[in-house]
Design a binder for this molecule. Structure first.
Ligand code: PGA
Length: 261
C-alpha cells in the first residue's frame, strides 16, 4: 500500500480530490465509491470547488455509497442519504438516477444487498473507492471480525463505533445498532482505493492497518492485498508508523507526475 503523509487534513483532502478528478477526467463515466463521516469532507469540498471553477463534470459519473443505517429515515440528518447529499451530491451534477445508497429501510434486506452488488457489477465495478477508517480499523462498516471476502450485507456496529458516531445524533434517536455496508470483498474489487485518516485518534488503527499483519480483526489491513491502494494521512495519524520517514522520503522524491500536482 502506498502511504502518503501530508502536512494536514486540508492538503490531504486536496490531493485525494486531485486523484479522484484525474479518474473522472480520464473516464467521464467513472464509478465512484463514496464514504461518509468527517474524514472525506475536505475531499468533497475540493471536488465541489473543481466542479465550480474548473467545470469538473460529473454528468456521466455513477456513485455508490459505502453504507447506511438500518431503520433510519432517509431525511434524518444523520442518515448517510442526508450526509452525502448535503456535503457533496447537492453541489455537483451527478444525475439522480446514477446515485446509489444502500436502502436501510428495505423490507427484505438480504434482497436489497444482493441488488446493490448487482448494480455495482452492472455499472462496471467501482473505479475509485474513497474510504475512511474507524478507530477500530473498520472500513465501510465492516467491523473487526468481518470476513475479508464479505459482500454487501447487514452488520451490527460495535459499541466503540456507536460511541464514535454518537456526535451525529441528538439524544432523541440513538445511533442505530444495525447497518448495511458493502463488504471487504466488494471494496477489494474496486480498481483503486483511497483511504484517508486524520488525527491522533486514528494513529493506532493506521499503524495496524498499514504495517501490522493482515487480519479480520483490523478490516482495513485487507488493503495490503489490494494492487492499487493509497493511504493519505496527516502527521498525527501517521505518528505511530515505523516507516514514516521512508514514506515521506519516497513521496518527496517522486517525479511531479507521480505526485498528482
Ligand atoms: P470519521 O469516520 O471519518 O467520521 O472519523 C470514519 C469511519 O468510521 O470510517
Amino acid at each position: 500500500m502506498e502511504v502518503i503523509i501530508c502536512d494536514d487534513a486540508g492538503s490531504a483532502g486536496l490531493l485525494a480530490a486531485r486523484l479522484v478528478a484525474e479518474v473522472v477526467r480520464d473516464k467521464p463515466g467513472a464509478v465512484l465509491g463514496l464514504a461518509t463521516g468527517s474524514t472525506p469532507l475536505g475531499l468533497y469540498q475540493a471536488l465541489i470547488e473543481m466542479h465550480r471553477r474548473e467545470a469538473l463534470d460529473f454528468s456521466r459519473v455513477t456513485t455508490f455509497n459505502l453504507d447506511e443505517y438500518v431503520g433510519l429515515p432517509v431525511e434524518h440528518p444523520a442518515s448517510y442519504h442526508s450526509f452525502i447529499r448535503i456535503n457533496f451530491l447537492d453541489h455537483v451534477n451527478v444525475p439522480p438516477e446514477r446515485i446509489h445508497i444502500p436502502d436501510g429501510l428495505a423490507d427484505d434486506i438480504p434482497a436489497a444487498c444482493r441488488r446493490y452488488e448487482a448494480e455495482i457489477a452492472a455499472a462496471g465495478g467501482i473505479d475509485v473507492q474513497i474510504l475512511g477508517i474507524g478507530a477500530d480499523g473498520h472500513i465501510g462498516f465492516n467491523e473487526p471480525s468481518s470476513s475479508l471476502a464479505s459482500r454487501t450485507r447487514i452488520k451490527t456496529l460495535t459499541e466503540e463505533t456507536r460511541g464514535d458516531n454518537a456526535r451525529f445524533f441528538d439524544g432523541a434517536v440513538g445511533v442505530p445498532s444495525h447497518v448495511i455496508t458493502i463488504g471487504i470483498g466488494t471494496i477489494m474489487d474496486a480498481r483503486m482505493c483511497l483511504l484517508l485518516a486524520f488525527g491522533e485518534g486514528k494513529a493506532e488503527a493506521v499503524v495496524k492497518a498499514m504495517e501490522g499483519p493482515v487480519t479480520s480483526m483490523v478490516p482495513a489491513s485487507a488493503l495490503q492485498f489490494h494492487p492499487n491502494a493509497k493511504a493519505i494521512v496527516d502527521g498525527a495519524a501517521a505518528n505511530r508508523l515505523q516507516l514514516a520517514s521512508y514514506y515521506r522520503w519516497t513521496y518527496e522524491h517522486k517525479p511531479s507526475w507521480q505526485r498528482h500536482e
